[in-house]
Design a protein around this ligand. Structure first.
Ligand SMILES: [Zn+2]
Length: 361
């Protein structure tokens, strides 16, 4: 049985350990210790990912292992989180995020393991990856050397009430453009090449925002210039293209490059246009075996599955690429990445129950 009080206590303890992305040692050690105390075999790697194996019990002890994942790192402001429990919800004091993204996922997994241990209830073997630096670009998951046997599982890292199953996520291209012109004193501009003006013209011609049903595009950072009276000779543009359709992604990325090529041509400026793949898409049908398994567990808890598509990435993109089939499920948190982030206690309990149900059906 999921013990609400123990679960809430463990969540409150976790969020009060500072764990901004890149500073996960303390929380990794705490999480590892908790898994060890529950009888798991535990490892911490150099990135402070925690890997835990829990042997199966009863008739399910020889079942195929179930993969479970959540991440420990929080987005800023994440130091000195003071959680407040009131009215059936947990929130921060308003000066930081709450850290339910994704310590709610971590706490739910820990509670399910604790409940199994306490009741000696039947369940499949569990292979658990608690990752670090997810928010920095899935860094922990990408760097993780997985030696798990599990072929499928879930990532507890989506918002909204428990019931949500993410069926599709995009491929993400990171774009870095550098335009190099020629500097000069602004009062003697003859012979200079203003890289900023060229960049501005190219940006103005590029289609941004929602490009089609599956695709988005953005320029997030432009860096240029050194002084008021110097013609800028270098501009750096940081952007991205995402699409749930790889063909469209390639077409949009090529179209962007064409616009920049055309604008730069004949100006005397030079351009570097770099495209890096951040992660690859995945898509599941409702009829998929794993999706059906998660839906069945949700129905056991009295929840109706809610099928969702996202334009965001998560560790699931990495697991799916590494050969562990995973879908992301909602764990109840709301308004993440803001200081208004909150978590209904009832949803945290449901998230733990979902892990329990999934491992025992
Ligand atoms: Zn997250």
């Amino acid at each position: 049985m999921i013990n609400e009080q123990r679960l809430v206590q463990s969540f409150l303890e976790l969020v009060q350990i500072d764990s901004p992305s890149g500073d996960e040692q303390a929380i990794a050690e705490c999480v590892a210790e908790k898994f060890r105390a529950l009888g798991a075999q535990v490892k911490i790697d150099a990135l402070y990912n925690v890997l835990a194996r829990v042997p199966g019990r009863g008739v399910k002890q020889d079942a195929k292992p179930l993969f479970l994942n959540a991440h420990t790192d929080n987005v800023a402001p994440a130091r000195g989180i003071k959680p407040i429990v009131a009215g059936g919800q947990i929130a921060s004091d308003g000066t930081t995020v709450l850290g339910a993204d994704d310590l709610a996922g971590v706490a739910a997994i820990l509670e399910a393991v604790a409940s199994f241990a306490e009741n000696n209830k039947k369940h499949a073997p569990l292979e658990i990856a608690i990752t670090a630096q997810e928010e920095l670009g899935l860094v922990g998951a990408k760097g993780l050397d997985l030696d798990f046997q599990a072929k499928e599982g879930i990532v507890l890292d989506a918002g909204g009430p428990v019931g949500g199953i993410v069926l599709a996520s995009p491929t993400h291209n990171l774009i870095e453009i550098i335009i190099k012109g020629k500097a000069a004193h602004s009062a003697r501009p003859e012979g200079s090449i203003n890289a900023l003006k060229i960049a501005a013209a190219a940006i103005a011609k590029t289609k941004l925002g929602k490009l089609d049903r599956d695709s988005t595009c953005n320029f997030g950072i432009v860096r240029a210039g050194t002084a008021r009276n110097i013609v800028p000779d270098k501009v750096e543009i940081v952007g991205e293209v995402r699409s749930r359709n790889t063909r469209k992604l390639d077409a949009h990325t090529r179209a962007m490059k064409r616009v920049f090529d055309q604008v730069v041509r004949g100006t005397g400026a030079k351009m570097e246009f770099r495209v890096t793949r951040a992660y690859n898409r995945y898509e599941f049908k409702k009829s998929d075996r794993l999706v059906q398994r998660v839906a069945k567990a949700l129905k056991q808890l009295g929840r109706t599955p809610r099928y969702e598509m996202t334009m965001g990435g998560s560790d699931a993109n990495i697991w799916n690429a590494k050969g562990i089939k995973t879908v992301v499920v909602s764990v109840g948190y709301e308004e993440i990445h803001t200081t208004s982030e909150y978590l209904p206690v009832a949803e945290l309990v449901k998230a733990a129950e979902l892990v329990e149900a999934l491992a025992s059906i």
